[in-house]
Design a protein around this ligand. Structure first.
Ligand code: FAD
Ligand code: NAP
Ligand code: SF4
Length: 681
């Protein structure tokens, strides 16, 4: 194994664009498109769509692609209908993918994932019969024979992957899946040769790697994803991580990838509030102990960050998964000094992981084409039209960019002095700064496609005559819901826009009416020091990540800085506060506010607001919350006045985003709706 010494001509990101040789495979740069399950794997036409999806990422410059996890046997499936590769008849569909990637000069490895006790079905197996906190099924402890068979199944799966044309496999040994479950005493209580001593607990990992190597050949890339930081109690110690890595190298692994945190860990590892590249230090710490290439990962979403991580010697390669969903051309744009045109992943999880966990096909909030490459395409128009778009929020922006991209003459109006709509409010929330990137991306794309932008222009019905525009798109967004509670006009009452946008002073004690996404964001804003999101040291202390790795699992006691305010977060409904938040990110919001001692209360009836505070009825008991400020975050209504004024007099009138439907509106729906309309215009 040697690193190719060819001169690298990229001046912008020299480390990122340094080719690397793994066995006889020359990988054009240091990027890995990390494994992501898309949901297409289980669809009837899924592999046709997957082949186009992967092809575009390979064409766009991804160095080495890793597929979503494929189980080596039934027990290892994610769910009863999860994908598996165990039989020769299953090879052909994979061949479609590998051919498509190789056709454009790419490299692709298949991830072999055995979920162990994380399986979402009743036939799950594990080292010991201990239920995971995140699944309802108690696994069966594997017998000696079962373990032997599992090793054989991994080898068989790898053999079939090779036959399907994959350049290698990634063996999933982290994130709390089967192999990881064997490694730590938390989940491995066995007393036979697969449990007890550290040597015994690592045996499964090493036997699998050996068997995979034996069933393939010496040129086959074997990546082992090693849990370098479990972030759970009784996880591996740092010495054990080093020991395992050395042995993994010895038994024939080509590359070690970094795994951060088990799925059941209560420390966020990839959501947007995690500082960029927050965990690469752990890969760097391992570097002196092994000689095979190391991949680092988590919250690396720009070429600048990737370059810095590599240049500072944290790893040999960087894995970026979601950034390739957001922009398949990520690497080529970086290569050609067009990083400003990258559609940056904002780490929201809203259309990728949240979809995956709800059994929906994965997509991307900023790129609705992701996983729909064969369905959504921006075909040049044959009849060029003059299109007016009113509102430069995400719905209007997406519609403007793609309409102009198709060849229409687009004029985009906004009453505000800048584009972005509510994204300019969202990006004021600590930990949501990535929304600045979305606005930057749209700015660049509007310029690229020559959209005529008219800011500070409040559009009225008279400005959109049929003589001026062939098509009119109303994307005027929302207006905050006004409440009718007695005393709502009291000076202590503020709207979320007063707080986040107009920066009005807020008292030391606050009641927030409404615990939806915006209520949570306002609570975050009022209880957090804004610098925390970008201050890695403070962030790690607050969440209890032990960067000195003194304790098992890399955990330490969290040191939470005090909130500058006492905050109540209220809702009328009886269910869990924050139940409507994102499936994979909601818990971090709830936990973060809990750290700050925010009092979350449900089943509230609002009575009145006066000098004494906010009077409520809570579980039939009347009380007064003695607060200095009350912030209203009670949802939104469509701002569709302009549409109503025009709807009788104009044809070719379209309504998108919040102006169309404010209920459960988010940027994902707004961008998708704007994009889909642009295809039709
Ligand atoms: P808007 O973004 O509201 O844009 C409408 C635009 O129309 C405005 O710029 C307005 O100035 C303009 N306009 C209105 N009338 C006229 C007129 N007559 N003439 C000219 N211009 C006009 N969504 C998520 O998906 N994830 C999040 O994490 C998230 N966080 C959020 C946090 C906060 C604090 C807020 C406030 C919102 C958040 N959202 C989030 C919601 C998301 O921002 C909205 O769903 C999205 O912006 C709606 O897009 P839109 O284009 O329909 O409308
Ligand atoms: P929301 O999620 O619909 O929440 C509105 C809140 O107001 C609810 O808690 C509701 O709860 C309360 N409410 C509704 N009517 C009320 C009334 N008449 N009086 C008092 N309380 C009332 O809306 P939002 O928080 O304004 O967010 C708007 C959109 O932005 C959301 O759809 C969301 O998807 C998006 N967003 C997303 C994120 C994210 O992180 N993904 C973050 C922010 C915003 P009760 O009815 O129980 O009182
Ligand atoms: Fe990134 Fe959000 Fe897109 Fe997922 S949905 S890839 S987190 S921008």
């Amino acid at each position: 194994m040697d690193h190719e010494q060819e001169p690298n001509k990229n001046n912008h990101y020299p480390s990122l664009f340094e080719p690397i040789k793994i066995h006889d495979h020359v990988i054009a740069n240091r990027s890995i498109m990390g494994s992501m399950h898309t949901g297409l794997e289980e669809k009837w036409d899924g592999y046709k769509r997957l082949s186009q999806y992967f092809k575009e990422r390979a064409e766009g410059g991804a160095g080495l692609i890793v597929t979503g996890g494929i189980a080596p046997n039934f027990a290892g499936r994610v769910s009863p209908f999860g994908s598996q590769l165990s039989f020769p008849w299953q090879v052909a569909k994979h061949r479609r993918v590998t051919d498509a990637v190789h056709e454009v000069g790419g490299k692709i490895a298949m991830q072999i994932l055995h979920t162990g006790r994380y399986a979402y079905h009743p036939l799950s197996v594990a080292p010991s019969a201990i239920k995971a906190p995140i699944t309802p099924f108690k696994p069966k402890a594997l017998s000696e024979r079962g373990i032997r068979k599992t090793i054989g199944d991994f080898a068989n799966c790898a053999k079939l992957a090779k036959r399907a044309g994959y350049d290698g496999v990634e063996i999933m040994g982290s994130e709390g899946y089967l192999i990881n479950q064997f490694i730590v005493t938390k989940t491995n209580k066995r007393t036979d040769r697969w449990g007890g001593s550290f040597e015994n607990r690592c045996r499964l990992a090493l036997e699998i790697i050996k068997a995979v190597r034996a069933s393939t050949d010496s040129n086959f890339i074997i990546i082992f994803r090693l849990s370098m930081l479990d972030l759970v109690d009784k996880g591996s110690s740092w010495d054990e991580v080093i020991q395992l890595a050395k042995q993994v190298e010895q038994v024939g692994t080509s590359i070690i990838n970094t795994g951060i945190g088990w799925h059941e860990a209560r420390i966020p590892t990839i959501v947007t509030s995690v500082p960029r590249a927050n965990f690469t230090w752990v890969t760097k710490k391992l570097k002196p102990h092994v000689s095979i290439p190391l991949i680092t990962t988590n919250r690396i979403n720009t070429p600048e960050v990737a370059e810095k991580v590599l240049a500072e010697g944290h790893a040999d390669m960087v894995s970026m998964a979601r950034p390739f969903l957001a922009d398949p051309l990520f690497m080529n744009k970086a290569k050609h000094n067009q990083a400003d045109f990258i559609n940056t992943c904002i780490a929201c999880n809203q259309a990728c992981l949240d979809h995956a966990f709800k059994n929906k096909t994965v997509s991307c909030l900023v790129n609705p084409r992701a996983c729909e490459e064969t369905i959504i395409n921006f075909v040049p128009t044959t009849s060029k039209k003059k299109v007016a778009i009113v509102g430069a929020g995400p719905a209007g922006l997406a519609c403007a960019v793609h309409s102009a991209e198709r060849g229409h003459l687009v004029t985009l109006f906004d009453a505000a002095g800048k584009i972005g709509g509510q994204l300019n409010v969202a990006n004021q929330v600590p930990g949501k700064e990535e929304f600045f990137e979305t606005i930057r991306y749209f700015e660049k794309m509007l310029a690229k496609h020559n959209v005529d932008i008219r800011l500070n222009t409040l559009v009225g019905a008279g400005d959109l005559g049929a003589d001026l525009f062939d098509e009119v798109v109303i994307a005027t967004g929302i207006k905050p819901r006004q409440l009718t509670i007695e005393g709502v006009e009291h000076q202590k009452v503020l709207s979320y826009l007063d707080v986040l946008k107009h920066k009005k002073a807020v008292g030391k004690s606050v009641a927030i009416i409404g615990a939806g996404g915006i209520g949570f964001d306002v609570a975050e804003y009022l209880t957090h020091d804004k610098s925390l999101a970008v201050d890695q040291v403070a962030w790690n202390k607050e969440w209890g990540v032990d960067v000195d790795y003194q304790e098992r699992g890399g955990l330490q006691k969290a040191t939470v800085s005090d909130s500058p305010r006492e905050v109540y977060l209220l809702q009328r409904t009886a269910g869990k506060v924050g139940a409507g938040l994102g499936k994979t990110s909601g818990w971090t919001h709830r936990l973060s506010l809990k750290h700050k001692k925010v009092q979350m209360m449900n089943d509230i009836e609002y009575i009145k607001i006066d000098d004494g505070g906010l009077h409520i009825r809570h579980q039939q008991v009347e009380k007064c919350l003695d607060v200095e400020s009350v912030v209203v975050c009670a949802g939104q209504l469509p701002e569709n006045t302009l549409f109503q004024q025009l709807s009788e007099s104009r044809s070719n009138l379209h309504l998108i985003g919040g102006a169309d439907l404010a209920k459960e509106l988010d940027a994902k729906r707004a961008i998708r709706q704007g994009t889909l309309l642009a295809i039709k215009l």
